[in-house]
Design a protein around this ligand. Structure first.
Ligand code: NAD
Length: 328
C-alpha cells in the first residue's frame, strides 16, 4: 500500500514518513521544500513540486492508495501580516491537491489540522464539539480545508480524518531528524537555543489568568503525532468500510504547561540558564489551550506516550547533533 505524504520533507511529515515506512507502507514524499528540507527527506523518494501543480500531482497520486496532507504555511503571526500568502497556499493550492486526489480515485485522506480552528475557546479542556471560531487567517485557512473535506465526504464518499494537533514538539529518538524551522517560532527550540547561545528569550505576557501568569499550552511529542497518523490511516482502511466515518480528532496530552515551566524544563535538561525578558501580550494568543484527547483514545486507541521531560530531552539531543553536524 502506497501513501503520498504531501509536506513530507517538513517537521511532522518526515517523522510520520518514517513511522509509515517502519510499519511496511510504501512512502512517496511530495514537497516544494519551501519550509521543508532535503535532509529530513533523506532515504525517501521525494517529488519536489508544489501542490498547486496539478500536472505533477496527477502521476504522483496515480501511484498512491491514500494521501496524508501536511503541506501548509504555519506561522500564525505571518498569517496576520500576509493573509494572501496563507489563503493562496492553505486554501487555493490545497484545493488543487484535493480535487486532483478525488480525480485520481483517492478516497482516504489524513489532514493536518490545528487547535487554531478553535480560536479562543471558552471551555478547557477543548473537545471536538467546541465551536470552531478561528481568530487568525492561519486558523481560518485550516477550518476552510476541514469544511471542504466534510463536504467532499458527504458528496463524493471521500473519507478523511482531520487531526487537530496542539503544540507539536520534540524529535525522533534516533537524533537523525527533528524540528528544522527557519525562522523558528516554537517555544521549546527557542528556549533550548537560548540556553546554548545566551540569547534572550522573549516571553509574551506574564499577566494572564494562569498559575504563573504565562500562557499554558498542551505539548505533544512529534512521534506520538506520527503514531496517531498511522492509526488514522488504519482506521480509514478498516475492513468494514460502512462503519468508517469522516471525523475530526484532537491530538494532545490533556496536560498543560506554562511558558515558565517550559523554560525551567529547558534549564534542567541543559544545565544552563535561560536569559529572558517579558514583552506585552501578543494579540490573539489564548491564555490556555489544552486538548481533551478522549475521542482519539476511543476511536483510534491512541494516547500520547511521551511526557514533557522526554519531549525536551529529545529536542535537545537533536539540536546538539545538528550543531555537531554543522561544525564537522
Ligand atoms: N508544528 C505544529 O505545532 C503544528 C500544530 C498544528 C498544526 N500543524 C500543521 O501540521 C502541518 C505540518 O507542520 P510542520 O510543523 O511539520 O511544518 P513544516 O513547515 O515543517 O512542514 C510543512 C511542509 O510542507 C511543505 N509545503 C508547504 N507548502 C507547500 C506547497 N505549496 N507545495 C508542496 N509542499 C509544501 C513545506 O516545504 C514543508 O516541508 C502543517 O499543515 C501545519 O499547519 C503544525
Amino acid at each position: 500500500m502506497a501513501i503520498l505524504v504531501v509536506g513530507g520533507a517538513g517537521y511532522i511529515g518526515s517523522h510520520t514518513a518514517r513511522a509509515l515506512r517502519h510499519a511496511g507502507y510504501d512512502v512517496i514524499l511530495y514537497d516544494n521544500l519551501s519550509t521543508g528540507s532535503r535532509r529530513l527527506a533523506q532515504g525517501f523518494e521525494l517529488i519536489e513540486a508544489d501542490i498547486a501543480d496539478a500536472a505533477t500531482l496527477r502521476p504522483a497520486l496515480a501511484r498512491a492508495d491514500a494521501l496524508m496532507h501536511f503541506a501548509a504555511h504555519a506561522y500564525v503571526g505571518e498569517s496576520v501580516e500576509n493573509p494572501r500568502k496563507y489563503f493562496r497556499n492553505n486554501v487555493t493550492a490545497a484545493l488543487t491537491l484535493l480535487n486532483s486526489a478525488l480525480e485520481a480515485g483517492i478516497r482516504r485522506i489524513v489532514f493536518s489540522s490545528s487547535c487554531a480552528v478553535y480560536g479562543v475557546p471558552r471551555q478547557i479542556p477543548i473537545t471536538e464539539e467546541t465551536n470552531r471560531e478561528p481568530v487568525n487567517p492561519y486558523g481560518a485557512s485550516k477550518l476552510f480545508f476541514e469544511n471542504a473535506l466534510e463536504a467532499y465526504s458527504r458528496a463524493y464518499g471521500l473519507r478523511s480524518v482531520r487531526l487537530r494537533y496542539f503544540n507539536a514538539a520534540g524529535a525522533d529518538e534516533s537524533g537523525e531528524i527533528g524540528e528544522l524551522h527557519n525562522p523558528e517560532t516554537h517555544l521549546i527550540p527557542l528556549a533550548l537555543a537560548a540556553t546554548a547561545s545566551g540569547r534572550e528569550l522573549q516571553i509574551y505576557g506574564s499577566d494572564y489568568d494562569t498559575q504563573d501568569g504565562t500562557c499554558v499550552r498542551d505539548y505533544i511529542h512529534v512521534n506520538d503525532l506520527a503514531d496517531a497518523h498511522m492509526r488514522a490511516l488504519q482506521y480509514l482502511e478498516s475492513a468494514d468500510q460502512n462503519a468508517v466515518q469522516s471525523l475530526a480528532l484532537n491530538l494532545g496530552t490533556g496536560r498543560g504547561h506554562s511558558v515558565l515551566e517550559i523554560v525551567e524544563a529547558a534549564e534542567t535538561a541543559t544545565g544552563r540558564p535561560v536569559r529572558r525578558s517579558v514583552r506585552p501580550r501578543r494579540a490573539g494568543d489564548p491564555p490556555i489551550l489544552i486538548a481533551d484527547p478522549a475521542k482519539a483514545q476511543s476511536v483510534l486507541g491512541w494516547t500520547a506516550k511521551r511526557n514533557l521531560p522526554e519531549i525536551i530531552s529529545s529536542a535537545w539531543a537533536w539540536m546538539q547533533s545538528a550543531s555537531r553536524r554543522r561544525a564537522a
